[in-house]
Design a protein around this ligand. Structure first.
Ligand SMILES: [Zn+2]
Length: 290
């Protein structure tokens, strides 16, 4: 089920050719219910059971390829339907039913392929980079716009990681807040350190010899990393996996971490949006100041 970044880019562009403004709506910011009420709503037990099962079994298409299950994306789905409750709870079913109705979908409270695909596309279209790609690959950040991260801010104490100055400042504020609020992040000096940020256009797939995974990555033909706004953050890794491995077991491992769940809830406050397929990848979205 793992896909290359280039494949995903092709997929995004295919979706952009058939825009549907109704899909670009942002999720409401306030959770609809409190966690203590997750099991309370009556009459939704069967929908909750169906959602619990579909986490592993839902078949949904991604550019013609069947994907199995949506547990990797469960934290994002909670946020999309404005629920504080897990997908196997009656309260999530209620929130999903409300979200389905608002998006003109059959309102069953059960996650189905159409609902999940709609949710997926809405998340992709929120990314400014995806919008910018309508006009072609955006230019890279200028050297004068970039700032060097401190080695201790990077995974493996890398000395040459750079990002846009404003994005790096936003990252620092976000990390401070995450450490203040989440003990598991505070106690792990590597948690949310920067694995990668700015990458020069030469690092894009266009300059990667065909058939080779340069630097252990299968490169997109035009990567958002050239803008200096994209950060790959360390969320740990499944046994034997690289921190940016797209293997399902790795992405599921990361999706379950307190750090990822915190990012899904709070990163937008600092200007960062997720890329659903890669839990580690976050993009700073505030406009450039020049
Ligand atoms: Zn990335």
């Amino acid at each position: 089920m793992a896909m290359s970044a280039a494949f995903v880019t092709v997929l995004v562009l295919a979706w952009l050719k058939s825009p549907d403004p109704a899909l670009a709506t942002r999720p409401s910011s306030a959770p609809a219910v409190e966690p203590a009420d997750c099991g309370r709503p009556g009459g939704w037990a069967q929908a909750a059971q169906a959602n619990a099962a579909s986490l592993d079994t839902l078949s949904w298409p991604l550019s013609g390829r069947d994907q199995l299950g949506w547990e990797i994306y469960e934290p994002l789905a909670e946020q999309q339907v404005a629920s504080s409750c897990p997908a196997d709870s009656p309260a999530f079913a209620v929130a999903l039913e409300r979200w389905q109705a608002a998006h003109g979908l059959p309102a069953s409270g059960r996650m189905d392929a159409e609902s999940f695909e709609t949710m997926w596309i809405a998340m992709l279209r929120r990314r400014p980079f995806v919008q910018a790609m309508r006009l072609g690959c955006p230019p890279p950040a200028a050297a004068s716009q970039l700032e060097l991260a401190r080695p201790e801010e990077t995974y493996g104490r890398q000395p040459t990681i750079m990002a846009r100055r404003e994005a790096l400042a936003a990252y620092r504020s976000m990390l401070a807040a995450a450490r203040a609020e989440v003990p598991a992040i505070r106690s792990d000096p590597e948690a949310l350190t920067i694995v990668s940020a700015f990458r020069a256009p030469q690092a894009d797939g266009g300059d990667c010899p065909a058939g080779q995974a340069c630097f252990n990555l299968t490169r997109a033909a035009c990567s958002v990393h050239r803008t200096g706004r994209a950060f790959d953050l360390y969320l740990g890794a499944a046994p034997g996996r690289d921190p940016t491995s797209t293997a399902d077991d790795n992405r599921l491992y990361q999706a379950r971490t307190p750090a990822y769940r915190w990012l899904v809830r709070h990163a937008a406050q600092f200007g960062f949006l997720p890329y659903a397929y890669e839990p580690w990848h976050w993009e700073w979205t505030a406009p450039p100041s020049g």
